[in-house]
Design a protein around this ligand. Structure first.
Ligand code: ATP
Length: 213
């Protein structure tokens, strides 16, 4: 229902998720090249805590200057570490950021829909299922890789050990669970070329969907 209310004429609002490092950005960029519009929650999340925002002030007010980096921006890595094992602090952080993220999200979707009524809008949200945001979207797409591939890529990209990567994965709903919510699945365990081939077919399928049905 919510998705309909937000539409303002866009063809489809597609929620995109997966696990950390499963290839959400990679696949979204491929679909972007085909003509999809992309809204990236991580980018919005960064914007709402830039210096000068209310989000920044609230966070520094609560967590102290220990979370401010030398260049005056928020030390997001430090902040992640602090809230990783502390539910109360994590909730505080979310209360400071989520309302502004959602406001920016709705504004973006409305603007794109108004300018391009036929657009397919992809909204990339790493924790879409964890946050129960399925109701916002017409359809859901999961970018999937098996857990062992996820650990290997995450370890390589972030220069951490496989054990450290496994600990990070523990904080998320297992990617296999997320598949249950998917209308579309991209299997990104193979080569980029193999993923690109799937994206070709997917782009056609997305454009055939009638969200009213
Ligand atoms: P995050 O959850 O951290 O935002 P993500 O799901 O957006 O990650 P990407 O950043 O797209 O994932 O990909 C994770 C890493 O794996 C990147 O370094 C990317 O270059 C690499 N990668 C993605 N797809 C493939 C592939 N098919 N083959 C090899 N490497 C890949």
């Amino acid at each position: 229902m919510m998705a309909k209310a937000m539409h303002h004429g866009c063809k489809m609002l597609l929620g995109v998720t997966g696990g950390i490092g499963s290839g959400k950005t990679t696949v979204a960029n491929m679909l972007g090249a085909k003509g999809a519009r992309i809204v990236d929650f991580d980018l919005l999340a960064r914007k709402v805590v830039e210096p000068g925002t209310g989000g920044f002030d609230n966070i520094v007010g609560y967590f102290g200057t220990q979370v401010v980096a030398e260049d005056g921006t928020l030390d997001r890595k430090r902040l992640s570490k602090i809230v990783f094992n502390d539910v109360e602090k994590r909730k505080k952080l979310e209360a400071f950021t989520h309302p502004a993220i959602f406001k920016a999200f709705f504004t973006r979707v409305k603007a794109i829909s108004a300018a391009e009524p036929d657009s397919v809008i992809l909204v990339v949200i790493p924790l879409l299922v964890e946050l129960n945001l399925q109701y916002l979207f017409d359809r859901l797409m999961v970018v999937y890789v098996p857990r062992d591939v996820q650990i290997r890529r995450l370890a390589r990209r972030d220069n951490i050990t496989a054990d450290e990567a496994a600990v990070i994965l523990k904080a998320q709903i297992p990617i296999d669970e997320k598949l249950k919510f998917a209308d579309f699945v991209v299997d990104n365990a193979g080569t980029l070329e193999e993923t690109r081939e799937q994206v070709e077919g997917l782009w056609k399928a997305l454009n055939k969907v009638n969200v009213a049905k």
